[in-house]
Design a protein around this ligand. Sequence first.
Ligand code: NAD
Length: 336
Amino acid sequence: MKKILVTGGAGYIGSHTVVELINAGYTPIIVDSLTNSNKFIIYQIERITGTHLNFYQIDLCDEREIKDIIRSEPDIHDVIHFAAYKSVAESVADPLKYYKNNLYSLINLLDAFKGREVNFVFSSSCTVYGQPDRLPVSENSPLKKAESPYGNTKQIAEQLLEELTTADFNFRVISLRYFNPVGAHHSGLIGELPVGVPQTLFPFITQTATGRRSIKQLTVHGNDYNTPDGTCIRDFIHVVDLAKAHVAALAYMGKNSSKKYNVFNIGTGKGLSVLQVIKEFELTTGIKLNFNIGPRRNGDIEKIWSDVSKSEKLLNWKAQIGLKEMIRSAWAWENN
Ligand code: NAD
């Protein structure tokens, strides 16, 4: 059994990935501060997989704690680094919180592995592209100036990792640029757990549909964009498909032919508008959504979807799950 360190493994994408890693024969060691997640997710993963998990509740910004763990685990050679703050809006309001957490945690983690041979997968984001000039956006598209401190932490992290692989022959790194992860595990036992008012479309929809939100209405931020129905377009990907991409990335890094530093888009290759998702939610669940059209939101990109030909070819991975199942699983999770 191959040990793998998973930071942020109690979070939304991390928890689904831990399940897929166990399915693929890995033994995950989870490190999470639980600042944006809950211990019960660890128990839920154990229920799904029938395994006992190694879990350390630490803050990666504490250099000493992560060093102690890595020192006590000399046979870890694979790492997936999910741990980070992820709210664009919060990062605009409090940039320092984002630069400190997202960069200190990465630097401490890399430092803890200094001198060791490591295959490292980093959670990047399509935010690094800004609003691309051409769609679909490929890994060769130029990166635009980041629209938010959050996006900038991803750009800085990617640059740091690339520089590290040129300087340090022991590191091999893949940055996965996620598009928009949605949905939940088919068991209904794990899913997205937003703290406070959701910032993303799917939990906003499902919470509005249950009537559990204090504001009983979903706001669509702008319908005057240059898109067929005027609302923003995103490339929504089921979180289990995204989780499987990490297993594929690790397998690829295990091959000698893989480059020291590489970047892959992880999406479906299809763009869907906000209104298309709302309509499909109503069709799939039979629930009429109470929504209104509000003004555009600062920092929102008009449209983006991925060119996934590189991931499909080199990682031998392809998103399989469609919009109906994204909605059905998100709805089942919300009702749990
Ligand atoms: P999440 O908030 O659900 O999970 C992140 C986890 O990291 C949480 O459990 C949190 O407690 C933990 N964490 C944060 N800072 C930490 C620290 N200093 N030390 C230890 N643990 C810490 O977020 P997610 O949606 O699962 O995202 C995972 C990664 O993917 C993040 O890096 C995020 O930026 C990136 N990403 C997410 C999305 C998305 O839409 N969800 C899109 C693109 C990229």
